[in-house]
Design a protein around this ligand. Structure first.
Ligand SMILES: NC(=O)c1ccc[n+]([C@@H]2O[C@H](COP(=O)([O-])OP(=O)(O)OC[C@H]3O[C@@H](n4cnc5c(N)ncnc54)[C@H](OP(=O)(O)O)[C@@H]3O)[C@@H](O)[C@H]2O)c1
Length: 370
């Protein structure tokens, strides 16, 4: 199979590396330092699998034309620019591993709806600072025709991934799987970013659980208005949450919190890790997208809207706080630990968070901040 992968960070490298190792003709489109690294050293994977694979790495898609499969693995906020750079390609099929459901609309606008496959990646990985990618979970890559159905091309792509070592399955109802994951994901992102708590804590706290339940119910109501059935999944029983009373749904959150406290007490949602790393959050394309759908469909989503606005403004407040702390920071950096303490700054916790403009800003992550 001839495959083009756009964006060779964590997910792009994992998929491309496995397909290359299995003998497929893969071209990676990357940029900057990452592209240089991949050209010199190849794709190095560790964790679930350990190997290095080499393939063609381009920084410009100009020479490419036809491909059997185009895989998009840039972040959602990078999609428009990335898709513009490959809009001239003629793919047999195109899919995106991005979180959320906006991705399919974006792909359809560029390549036509008939080319787009639905995809849900229950896979995870992390691009490490020295360039290697740690492959941390290989549960299942669900693929299917949109809104539903399993075609020959889906079967071919699924078989190629399975032969390459990526667990994949053909999904007769991929839109349901995408939205069911999304309904849970929206609530997790909002709660994790707003509270900055480990997952089991915001699942177990009565107030945060109630907020999470309301977000899930509001997002599920939008899916219902769009005619998309939901299902209970491994991450969360979203169909059940949507149909039971608020009180019962909160109990389900508490049960999930107890299980998480035992199984993975240190688990933090990836959006929270992104925030703490100073990475731009995929908020507009996910929470913002749900709200735009709610407005278009006339569905009320007050809890989601409040959380969305808090997250947007909260991130801005960090940047603003940094500007106010700038003078104290400079004194702390040049002065003594005692001066730093007097300034209320923990030196080891200087971190980077994104501003609302999308640029990254260094701020202190001390507990004295909001
Ligand atoms: N990582 C996971 O465990 C995981 C799991 C499931 C789903 N996802 C979803 O999958 C998507 C990708 O996640 P990720 O963690 O793999 O992201 P990532 O590590 O940030 O990788 C994205 C890569 O794409 C590159 N890129 C951006 N714009 C480009 C362009 N125009 N042309 C070429 N390359 C470009 C980025 O380069 P720069 O660094 O220069 O921007 C980066 O190397 C996200 O939507 C994420 O939510 C991730």
């Amino acid at each position: 199979m001839n495959v083009v992968v756009v964006g060779a960070g964590a997910m792009g490298s994992i998929l491309a590396g496995h397909l290359v190792r299995a003998g497929h003709a893969v071209t990676l489109l990357e940029r900057g330092e990452r592209a240089r690294y991949l050209k010199e050293r190849g794709i190095t994977i560790s964790g679930v699998a350990d190997f290095t694979a080499r393939c063609t790495v381009l920084t410009d898609a100009g020479p490419l034309s036809r491909t059997d499969l185009l895989i998009v693995t840039v972040k959602t906020y990078q999609s428009e620019a990335a898709l513009a750079s490959v809009a001239h390609l003629e793919p047999g099929a195109v899919l995106s591993l991005q979180n959320g459901v906006l991705k399919n609309e974006q792909l359809a606008r560029v390549f036509g709806p008939e080319k787009v496959l639905g995809a849900v990646a229950l896979l995870s990985g992390e691009l490490l600072p020295h360039g290697e990618v740690r492959f941390t979970m290989n549960e299942c890559l669900h693929l299917g025709e949109l809104p539903e159905g399993v075609s020959e091309r889906v079967k071919r792509v699924v078989a190629a991934f399975n032969q390459a070592g990526i667990h994949a399955a053909a999904a007769p109802g991929i839109q349901t799987i995408e939205w069911s994951k999304f309904v849970g994901w929206v609530a997790y992102v909002a709660l994790s970013v707003l509270t900055r708590l480990e997952t089991h804590k915001f699942l177990s706290d009565p107030d945060t659980a109630l907020i999470g339940v309301r977000i899930m119910k509001e997002t599920a109501a939008i899916a219902d208005r769009l005619g998309i059935p939901l299902e209970d999944n491994a991450v969360f029983p979203v169909k059940t949450i949507a149909s039971v009373s608020e009180g019962r749904a909160v109990e389900i959150w508490h049960e999930a919190g107890k299980a998480m406290a035992t199984l993975a007490p240190a688990h933090r949602v990836s959006a929270l890790q992104d925030l703490e790393r100073g990475t731009h959050l995929e908020v507009e394309e996910t929470l913002g997208y749900v709200l735009s759908k709610a407005a278009a469909e006339g569905v009320s989503a007050p809890t989601l809207e409040t959380c969305y606005r808090l997250i947007r403004d909260w991130i801005g407040s960090w940047a603003e706080h940094r500007r106010r702390l700038c003078y104290s920071c400079r004194r702390a950096v040049t002065g003594s630990t005692a001066e730093a303490r007097r300034a209320g700054i923990q030196m080891a916790s200087i971190a980077t968070v994104p501003s609302t403009s999308g640029t990254s800003t260094n701020v202190t992550g001390s507990s004295s901040l909001p």
